[in-house]
Design a protein around this ligand. Structure first.
Ligand code: ADP
Length: 717
């Protein structure tokens, strides 16, 4: 730091020394000429009156030789360049020269001694004149003045003392006073000169620095990509740089004195300018204000503005300094990104719409396929081969139904239509239901299943959706397991009230590379082609868990097995490892065809002939008979003639749909008739809509025989 501070001072000292030596040499033409002339005059005046003419000649030759040598030195000094002049050798030579010159002048009373009193007085006067004259040229350096003055005057004083004339003492005293005053005057002159030189050099340096700064600024102003514009309070342009010319298309000459608003603002953006002006009036600097501007060729561009008010000493705004950056390209890219994002969102929306309507449409024919297949399964007359074919149709149909359901889920999640109802869920409840559903699968593959159904604890989640995720993970663990392998659940309490549920299998495992894409939709990785699957389950699971503010992940080692884990907010009371239940909890409900009462009248409102046949057959299998109406109006007509104990209605029908039919029945005061809706729409909000209009329950297509039986029994009994 010290070093840094000293650096500029050192430079200044160098400059001062240079200036001094130049001033000293600068005075030599005058002083040498004067010395030359005076010494010649002295010589001629004294020639006939000196004690020894030889001595006077010696003096003259000596002083002229010294003058000559010093003149040559000065000549070379002026010839040398600045860097050379700084060298101390010039100064030393000048000092030595001055000392010798002073000594030579001091020799005058000795070598030019005249016994005649008036000539001796002449010598004294000349010497004092020379000494006084030297003050003006030598005082730039005090030492050089002293070096000249002291030998010259002291030798005179000695001569006076030796002379011992009557006036010697008093003259010596006056001379001593003269020497003293000359030296102190010289010192003062030197100090003042020094000060002046210093101030002048400092001012020069400052001026040069400012000039350099101005040059730099001018260079920046010219080369910056920022348009730099200044205008007065009447909006007339006072400054317009090259970038402004480039951005707005007006040359400097065209722009200066023109109204900035007229030049670069589109007509309809005066509001923006007004707002900007108001902010400036409040002395606010405006940073990064983006507005639309126009160029000379009327093209629209976008500029980002940085604007500051310029004020006078009394704080009145006298103008505005503004910088503008052309961000049209950036803005256009931004707009293009927004547009393509909107287009992508639209395309995604269209995809989701298509998926959801397609899946919905698929459910209706699936209803017939699965329904009739289920009926066929109970047909006693089928051969074993036919039974196995029916099983194949049923399996394929169920897989298709699963795919349709999953696609529907995916579409609903993407559209943001899936609503969750978050609640405290007892882990044992969830695990028990999962156990019941996956145990038969595990048994089929001879797998040991260890689901901790007695786990005491809870998580915050949506029950149905958590079960869906668990079932997906458990069924994967079973599907992708090896023969006689095992599937288990491990539950651990983590920090911050987080519960981790791990589903662990001893299956084929997943390589690290494949783990990266496992949660992507439709990625079946390298699943064997004989293992049924859609490749969507894990992607839905991830989205569902994240919607429940949780995390999902996988750790796996090829050949050893996988651990799929989910983390949700929750708490474990205690965790006990319990033995997996040996028997599956799931017991298939074989429909009991004797359960139907036969005496109850059931009315079916359904427009699709296939579905009409199906539902009639299903009811028949369950031991019921029913009347059919092809739409709501027909159903009302039939109800006018017959008293029904149950109405099963499709939601979407021509003439009068299921909703209208229900509303009409309820409006007519019949609030006791159970009305069950059958719909291909599996969404919870559809069920809510059904209940809202007064229906008692809802069954989704494809209609499962067990569900149909349970529902009918519930309402008929
Ligand atoms: P699906 O099982 O219907 O194919 P998922 O999304 O549930 O779809 O799983 C995606 C893929 O991840 C599966 O096709 C399978 O290759 C792999 N996978 C999932 N779970 C496991 C597991 N426990 N062990 C090995 N691979 C698995």
């Amino acid at each position: 730091m010290d070093q840094l501070n000293k650096q500029p001072d050192h430079k200044l000292e160098q400059q001062i020394l240079l200036e001094e030596i130049r001033l000293l040499h600068g005075g030599t033409p005058f002083s040498y000429t004067a010395s030359f002339v005076i010494s010649l005059i002295i010589y001629y005046v004294l020639l006939d009156h000196v004690e020894s003419q030889r001595n006077l000649n010696i003096w003259l030759i000596t002083i002229l030789t010294v003058l000559f040598i010093r003149s040559i030195d000065s000549y070379f000094f002026f010839k040398s360049d600045k860097q050379d002049q700084v060298k101390s050798s010039w100064r030393i030579r000048f000092m030595v020269g001055t000392g010798i010159a002073g000594f030579c002048w001091g020799l005058l009373p000795w070598l030019g001694y005249s016994p005649e009193i008036e000539y001796f007085a002449f010598i004294m006067v000349c010497l004092i004149g020379v000494i006084a004259g030297s003050l003006s040229t030598l005082a730039y350096r005090w030492e050089s003045m002293a070096l000249f003055l002291l030998p010259a005057s002291l030798l005179l004083v000695f001569r006076l003392i030796i002379e011992d004339r009557s006036f010697s003492d008093s003259t010596s005293f006056v001379l001593a006073v003269f020497i003293f005053f000359s030296l102190s005057a010289g010192r003062r002159i030197f100090n003042n000169t020094q000060q002046n030189i210093r101030l002048r050099l400092e001012a020069d340096n400052r001026e040069r620095a400012i000039e350099l700064m101005h040059q730099k600024q001018a260079l920046h102003l010219q080369n910056t990509p920022l348009a730099i514009i200044e205008f007065d309070i009447n909006f007339n342009v006072t400054e317009w740089n090259k970038a402004a010319e480039h951005i707005f298309g007006y040359s400097r000459n065209e722009a200066i004195h023109e109204n900035i608003l007229r030049l670069i603002l589109p007509r309809d953006s005066s509001d923006a300018a007004e707002k900007l002006w108001q902010r400036l009036l409040n002395f606010e600097a405006v940073v990064g204000y983006v507005i639309e501007n126009k160029t000379r060729s009327k093209a629209a561009i976008f500029c980002e503005w940085f604007v500051t008010p310029l004020t006078d000493e009394e704080n009145n705004i006298v103008g505005i300094a503004a910088m503008a950056l052309d961000i049209t390209d950036k803005k256009q890219t931004e707009l293009a990104i927004i547009k393509s994002k909107e287009e992508a969102e639209k395309a995604n929306q269209a995809k989701s719409d298509f998926l959801s309507s397609m899946s919905h449409e698929l459910r209706t024919p699936l209803n017939a396929i699965l329904g009739f297949t289920q009926l066929l399964k109970y047909e006693k007359t089928l051969t074993e081969k036919q039974q196995s074919h029916v099983d194949e149709i049923s399996n394929a149909g169920n897989l298709l139904l699963e795919l349709v359901n999953q696609i529907l889920d995916l579409a609903r999640i993407e559209k943001g239509h899936l609503q969750l109802s978050m609640e405290k869920i007892k882990l044992s409840d969830c695990f028990k239901e999962c156990q019941a559903m996956v145990a038969p699968l595990a048994e089929q593959k001879n797998l040991s299943l260890d689901i901790k159904t007695e786990t005491d604890g809870y998580v915050i989640a949506d029950f149905t959706r958590l079960k869906q995720v668990m079932l997906n993970l458990l069924s994967n663990a079973i599907k992708y397991n090896s023969e006689n392998g095992s599937v288990s659940i491990k539950v651990t309490q983590k920090e911050n009230n987080v519960v981790r549920i791990s589903i662990i299998d001893k299956g084929q495992g997943i390589s690290e590379e494949l783990q990266q894409e496992i949660f992507q939709p439709f990625s079946r990785l390298n699943a064997a082609s004989n293992i049924e699957g859609t490749g969507i389950g894990l992607s839905i699971s991830k989205q569902l868990i994240e919607m429940m503010n949780g995390n999902i992940g996988v750790c796996s080692k090829v050949g050893e097995g996988s651990e799929f884990w989910i983390e949700l907010t929750g708490k474990l009371a205690f965790t006990t490892a319990i033995e997996s239940e040996s028997k599956p909890a799931f017991v298939s409900n074989v429909p009991d065809s004797t359960s139907g009462t036969g005496t109850k009248n059931i009315l079916i409102a359904e427009d699709n002939p296939t579905n009409q046949t199906l539902i009639l057959s299903q009811l028949e299998t369950l031991g019921y008979s029913a009347d059919i109406a092809a739409n709501g109006q027909e159903a009302l007509d039939k109800m006018a003639d017959t008293e029904y104990h149950l109405l099963i209605t499709d939601c979407n029908m021509p003439l009068m749909d299921g909703y209208k039919l229900t509303k009409t029945i309820r409006e007519r005061g019949n609030n006791t008739l159970p009305i069950i809706a059958i719909t291909a729409n599996a969404f919870p909000e559809i069920k809510a809509g059904c209940l809202d209009v007064g229906m008692s329950d809802m069954i989704t297509k494809p209609v499962d025989l067990d569900t149909l039986k349970d529902t009918i029994e519930r309402y008929l009994n």
